[in-house]
Structure formats: structure tokens, C-alpha cells
Write a protein that binds this ligand. Structure first.
Ligand SMILES: NC(=O)C1=CN([C@@H]2O[C@H](COP(=O)(O)OP(=O)(O)OC[C@H]3O[C@@H](n4cnc5c(N)ncnc54)[C@H](O)[C@@H]3O)[C@@H](O)[C@H]2O)C=CC1
Ligand SMILES: O=C([O-])CC(=O)C(=O)O
Length: 349
């Protein structure tokens, strides 16, 4: 059985994301959780003649049943931005929502891969991590990819909690392909760092063809990738933020996690916002650039049966990108501490 739970499934992202997941043969049970409207969304999706069974669960009393024994929990629950707001402005409401969903996952789906979409991702991922640590939910019977490596309990807890930054990568390939005349769907651009404004770090110097671009073009497209979310918030004019492109990106990420874990397909690499596990060479290399205080960062990750198989090096960056990194670190470290402190200094769970 491969059960996938979408929390926030009746929302702007949740509905199209669930539709895209319903198309996958890798999923046998698609469980839709929200505080409203999931019976209707589930009834609708359940008429589609693909493999998975669909169930709808509404309200906290049905959360256990919704989440129990899931292989993956995808969380696009919470409020989106309106014009003039930053992602950090969403913390007040979304931090508590994500905490409660993480508590349920820690209790009822302790082996699940957690894909966190709710903003501010820079802070919500540390929230989920701290909740999991408090519940000490590592299952020692779960196999460890590399048996020769001695890894501490904490690392094992962290290698299945992912901040979904795939939309930044999707945007980067769309925007840059227009400029260099490449095929967008196959153009892979590493985007590292966090998921808000200046913390979003596209590594354009690593992409063939970008050497033809002028300094101004690089600066403009970098800015557009960093603030692509604002473009949608402005265009929607009070009616929310990116939902359809996020559903596309979220489905791509969740299905890649399944492809690597359920099917065992190797060499799947995605940039995703994870804990920089001290045991991983790629994490050490990243920390050597951004400093030890940065505990979470979006990095290229090779996915495997246990989630993060390997953190890959971020690779060479040029002087312009070094400047972007320096500008990202203060905001990112602030967002990370705020998320972690919400649990470590918050009320007992
Ligand atoms: N990581 C990323 O790249 C992106 C993240 N986002 C974020 O995703 C989140 C959702 O955005 P939208 O779908 O547009 O918002 P939305 O308002 O359309 O949907 C959110 C859903 O969450 C539900 N919800 C609220 N409290 C809940 C709870 N305690 N448990 C379960 N469900 C709950 C709501 O009922 C609603 O159906 C926002 O925080 C947004 O900022 C949006 C775009 C991209
Ligand atoms: O901009 C927002 O608030 C939603 C988001 O994270 C994005 O579109 O990248």
C-alpha cells in the first residue's frame, strides 16, 4: 500500500495537486485532509479511473485517520499572501497549522516523507523537524541507505523532511530558457538557498548558454526568479498566490520522492530545502560557503529509498553569486531560528 496524504487538500494548491497525484500509478490511496470541503473534493476525484482509492477527511477529529500510515504527507495547508505581504508575515497563522499537522504525522505516520509547501518554508521546515525531534519518532527498523556510515539519531530523523522549493527551479527554467533559446522542460537550473526573495539563489553560472547573457540580463532574470512569487501575488490582486504552477511543482517533487523510494529508481536529483546533515560531504561544502549558523538550505539532493540519499555539492559559484549568498544569509538564519524557537521555546506539545 502506498498512501499519500495531502493536508490542505481543498485549497488553491491542494485541489490541483491532488488531481495531479491522482494520475500516478505509484499511489494506491490518496487521502485528502482539510478543515473544509474535502468530502466534495474526494467524491469528485474518486470518479477518475486511475489506480488510487480516494478518501476525504475533514476537521481535526479525522486527522488521525487521514494521516495514519502514510508514505508521504504533503502539506500545502495555511494562508497565502496578499499584495504587500512577505512570506514571513504568514508565520503568525501558518506556524501553528504546520506544527499541528507535524504532531499528527509524528504520532500516526512516523515513517512518512514530509513535503512542506506551506510558507514561510524557511521557517516551517525547522518547525516540522523540531516537532519530530520532540516525538523521537525514528523507527530503528527502517533501513539506512549506507550501512557503513555511523549516523546519529538526529540525522536519521531529518533526512525525510523536505521543504518544497521546486517552483523556484521550474520558474528558473521557464524564464532562462526564453533568454537562451533552450527547451524549458529539459533545462535544469540549480536554485539553492531558501524560499523567499533574496534567499532564493539561482546558480546561473552553472548553466550552459548563460555565458551569452549580459550582466544586466543575468541580474534581471535572477531578480525575476527570486521575486517570481510576487509577480503572481500582484497579478491575482488579493485572490492569493501561485496555486497551479505550485501544484505542478509539488506533484513533480512528491512523485520523484515516490519514484526513488517506492520504485527504487536511482539518480533522481532535486534541489530541496533540507537540514544540512553534518555527516554529509555536500552539506559540509555548503556550510563552508554560507557559514555554520545556516542549518537548513536548499541543496541538490539525490533521492533514495530513505529520502535524502546524498546531499550533493552546490558546486562552483562566481563572484556575483557569492554576493547573492552573502545577502541571503542574515534573512535565512533569522527565519530558521524563528521556526525552531517556535517549538523549542513554545508550549509543551
Ligand atoms: N513552497 C512554495 O513554493 C509555495 C508555497 N505556497 C504556500 O502554500 C500555502 C497554501 O496556499 P494556497 O493553496 O494558495 O492557499 P488556500 O487558502 O487556497 O488553501 C489553503 C488550504 O489550507 C486549509 N487549511 C487551513 N488550516 C488548515 C489546517 N489546520 N489543517 C488542514 N488544512 C488547513 C484551508 O482550509 C485551505 O483549503 C500558503 O502558505 C502559500 O504561501 C504557495 C505557493 C508556492
Ligand atoms: O509568493 C508566494 O507567497 C507563494 C510562493 O511561495 C511562490 O509563489 O513562490
Amino acid at each position: 500500500m502506498v498512501k499519500v496524504t495531502v493536508c490542505g487538500a481543498a485549497g488553491g494548491i491542494g485541489q490541483p495537486l491532488s488531481l495531479l497525484l491522482k494520475q500516478s500509478d505509484l499511489i494506491t490511496h490518496l487521502s485528502l485532509y482539510d478543515i473544509v470541503n474535502t468530502p466534495g473534493v474526494a467524491a469528485d476525484l474518486s470518479h477518475i479511473n486511475t489506480k488510487s482509492k480516494v478518501t476525504g477527511h475533514v476537521g481535526a477529529a479525522q486527522l488521525e485517520e487521514a494521516i495514519k500510515d502514510s508514505a508521504i504527507v504533503v502539506i500545502p495547508a495555511g494562508v497565502p499572501r496578499k499584495p504587500g505581504m512577505t512570506r514571513d508575515d504568514l508565520f503568525k497563522i501558518n506556524a501553528g497549522i504546520v506544527r499541528d499537522l507535524a504532531v499528527a504525522a509524528a504520532k500516526f505516520a512516523p515513517k512518512a516523507f514530509m513535503c512542506i509547501i506551506s510558507n514561510p518554508v524557511n521557517s516551517t521546515v525547522p518547525i516540522v523537524t523540531e516537532v519530530f525531534k520532540q516525538f523521537n519518532v525514528y523507527d530503528p527498523k527502517r533501513p539506512v541507505g549506507d550501512k557503513d556510515r555511523v549516523r546519529d539519531l538526529q540525522s536519521l530523523l531529518l533526512d525525510r523532511i523536505f521543504g518544497v522549493t521546486t517552483l523556484d527551479i521550474v520558474r528558473a527554467s521557464t524564464f532562462v530558457s526564453d533568454l537562451i533559446g533552450a527547451e524549458a522542460s529539459t533545462l535544469r537550473i540549480p536554485v539553492v538557498g531558501g524560499h523567499s526573495g533574496v534567499t532564493i539563489l539561482p546558480l546561473l553560472s552553472q548553466v550552459a548558454g548563460t555565458d551569452k547573457l549580459t550582466k544586466e540580463q543575468i541580474e534581471q532574470v535572477t531578480h525575476r526568479i527570486q521575486f517570481g512569487g510576487d509577480e503572481v501575488v500582484k497579478a491575482k490582486d488579493g485572490a492569493g498566490s501561485a496555486t497551479l504552477s505550485m501544484a505542478f511543482a509539488g506533484a513533480r517533487f512528491a512523485l520523484n520522492v515516490l519514484e526513488a523510494s517506492v520504485k527504487g529508481t536511482s539518480n533522481i536529483v532535486e534541489c530541496t530545502y533540507v537540514h544540512l546533515d553534518a555527516d554529509q560531504a555536500g552539506a559540509k561544502e555548503t556550510k563552508s560557503v554560507v557559514g555554520d549558523k545556516v542549518e537548513y538550505f536548499s541543496v541538490p539532493v539525490e533521492l533514495g529509498p530513505n529520502g535524502v540519499q546524498k546531499i550533493l555539492p552546490i558546486g562552483q559559484i562566481n563572484d556575483y553569486e557569492k554576493g547573492l549568498f552573502a545577502a541571503a544569509v542574515p534573512e535565512l538564519t533569522g527565519n530558521i531560528s524563528k521556526g525552531s524557537a517556535f517549538i523549542t521555546e513554545g508550549a509543551k506539545l
